[in-house]
Design a protein around this ligand. Structure first.
Ligand code: NAD
Length: 492
């Protein structure tokens, strides 16, 4: 898709309640374009009263509309129509996504928008596949479990892939027959409004998909604590996940799905099938969206015999990337979400250096346009596991390198005390790959690849402090249902 003029994009700044844009709030937050740091809109913040109105509306729609009661195939048909409309709207959606986030317009058009639409189709297909079970009981009894939607599901999304992340929360909840109130990130709040408008146009009843805007402490917390929110689903940092879990416990022990942070290793053995291809895979895993991806492969663990050559090639691939605004179709490196985050990233790199690490590539901000924040893809060697850069999620284009001699050492280095989101293993030895896949404590392991495919049936989620529950897969659909047991006695 072609580049565009960011000042020509018509951005709506509102909540979305009962099928309408609503503009009131208890305050306003300025919203910046990550690409040039310009404030381009003001976000209305929903206080507890407006959150209450949105949840009440969703609850009413859940009870009064046919959404949860209709034939599941009818629900699926509407969701599929929604997906078709999203795809047809790719030009508008991709620009809305690009102008306000770190997603380059050509990627948003080629991947984010179609991936969002297709993910919705995937969940629509589950609507009539899971209804419950008949239990093995006495022959004069009939025992059943009946799958039922919760009612109102509250969803909170992060800023890094606004459309895709929101759809992973919203689509399974809707497909299971729930109503949803979504709070997007206050940093990237607007593109999902278009999704909601299209949902209503496709036939999702008004009130079944509402959006409240605002920050976490005001709007997010009010949503978690609302008594009529029966379940929460969240994607974001581990620290916020813990706050949300506490709020859910304090307000009625409601169930919560948490997709949290990561510090994922990429292990490369000397016998990796195609070294040049592996270099490119490793590079992409840490530079995609400038490393602002939950599953970013931020720790390279490489066998000693190839380490030097591998690092050299990695630096060369990093140097090919061209930082540029998201509306420039020639750019291949995304901006960082804002300058504050970039300074935090740089702080971790510089502290690493002060502690003995060496910068082999990058290590600096790149001036590109206005107050946009761009950071060079960075390789840090001579690190140890106690350093900030190896321990903590950086959420930027920074990869640390640790060297190993044998399989046991590789496994020990890959293990992280807190995180367990994803891992990559590159080797031609399938036995070794499988031993490591079994040994690594992570929710997803990729062998001779890194990153998702469009196999939505494969769930994603974290071990350890990287999360609870799954997005995608059958599991994500089932997590939006609870199961009622019914036992009938028809003995004469
Ligand atoms: P964040 O935790 O700062 O914010 C996420 C959302 O939570 C935002 O909408 C925010 O407004 C809201 N929030 C903040 N405090 C809150 C509170 N007290 N109560 C309720 N809501 C609150 O995360 P972020 O910076 O937007 O996103 C980056 C993080 O998300 C990274 O850690 C990344 O790894 C993680 N992430 C994980 C996955 C996954 O699938 N595991 C996917 C994408 C991002």
């Amino acid at each position: 898709m072609e580049g565009f003029d960011p000042n020509q994009v018509d951005v709506r700044t509102a909540h979305f309640i009962h099928g309408r844009l609503v503009e009131e709030g208890v305050g306003e937050v300025p919203v910046e374009r990550p690409s040039d740091g310009q404030v381009y809109a003001a976000l209305p913040v929903a206080g507890a009263d407006l959150v209450d109105r949105a949840v009440q509306d969703a609850s009413q729609a859940f009870k009064a509309s046919d959404w949860s009661r209709c034939a599941p195939r009818e629900r699926a048909r509407i969701l599929r129509r929604w997906a078709d409309m999203i795809e047809a709207d790719v030009q508008t959606l991709a620009r809305l996504e690009a102008v306000g986030s770190t997603r380059p317009v050509k990627d948003a058009a080629a991947w984010d928008v179609p991936f969002t639409a297709d993910g919705i189709r995937f969940f629509a297909e589950w609507a009539d596949k899971i209804g419950g079970d008949v239990a093995a009981t006495r022959s004069d009894n009939l025992g059943m479990t009946i799958a039922e939607p919760y009612g109102v599901v509250g969803a909170i999304a992060p800023w890094n892939l606004p459309l895709v992340m929101a759809s992973w929360k919203v689509a399974p909840a809707l497909a299971a027959g729930n109503a949803v109130v979504l709070k997007p990130s206050e940093l990237t709040p607007f593109s999902v409004l278009r999704l909601a408008e299209l949902a209503v146009a496709a036939g999702v009843p008004k009130g079944i998909f509402n959006i409240v805007q605002g920050d976490g402490r005001t709007t997010g917390d009010a949503l978690c604590r609302h008594p009529q929110v029966a379940k929460m689903t969240f994607t974001g940092s581990t620290r916020t996940g813990a706050a949300i879990m506490a709020a859910c416990a304090e307000s009625g022990t409601k169930p919560v799905t948490l997709e949290l942070g990561g510090k994922s290793p990429q292990i490369v053995f000397a016998d990796a099938p195609d070294l040049e291809k592996t270099v490119r895979t490793v590079a992409r895993a840490i530079t995609l969206n400038a490393g602002q991806v939950c599953v970013a492969g931020s720790r390279l663990i490489v066998q000693r015999s190839i380490a030097e050559r591998f690092i050299e090639r990695l630096a060369a691939v990093f140097a090919e990337l061209q930082a540029g605004p998201t509306w420039d179709s020639g750019a291949s490196l995304s901006p960082i979400i804002n300058r504050r985050e970039m300074q935090r990233i740089d702080g971790i790199v510089q502290r690493g250096v002060a502690a003995g690490a060496e910068i082999v590539a990058g290590g600096r901000a790149i001036p590109v346009v206005g107050a946009g924040a761009y950071y060079q893809p960075t390789i840090l060697t001579r690190v140890d596991s106690a350093m900030d850069a190896v321990k903590n999620e950086i959420f930027g284009p920074v990869i640390t390198v640790q060297v190993f001699d044998d399989e046991d050492q590789a496994l020990a280095l890959a293990d992280h005390p807190d995180y367990g989101l994803a891992a990559g293993i590159h080797t031609a030895d399938i036995g070794r790959a499988m031993r490591l896949a079994r040994g690594i404590e992570a929710g997803t392991v990729w062998i001779n690849r890194y990153g998702r495919s469009s196999d939505y049936v494969i769930p994603t989620g974290g071990y350890k402090r990287s999360g609870i529950g799954k997005d995608l897969g059958r599991q994500a659909f089932e997590a939006n249902l609870h199961f009622k047991s019914v036992l009938v006695d028809f003995a004469a």
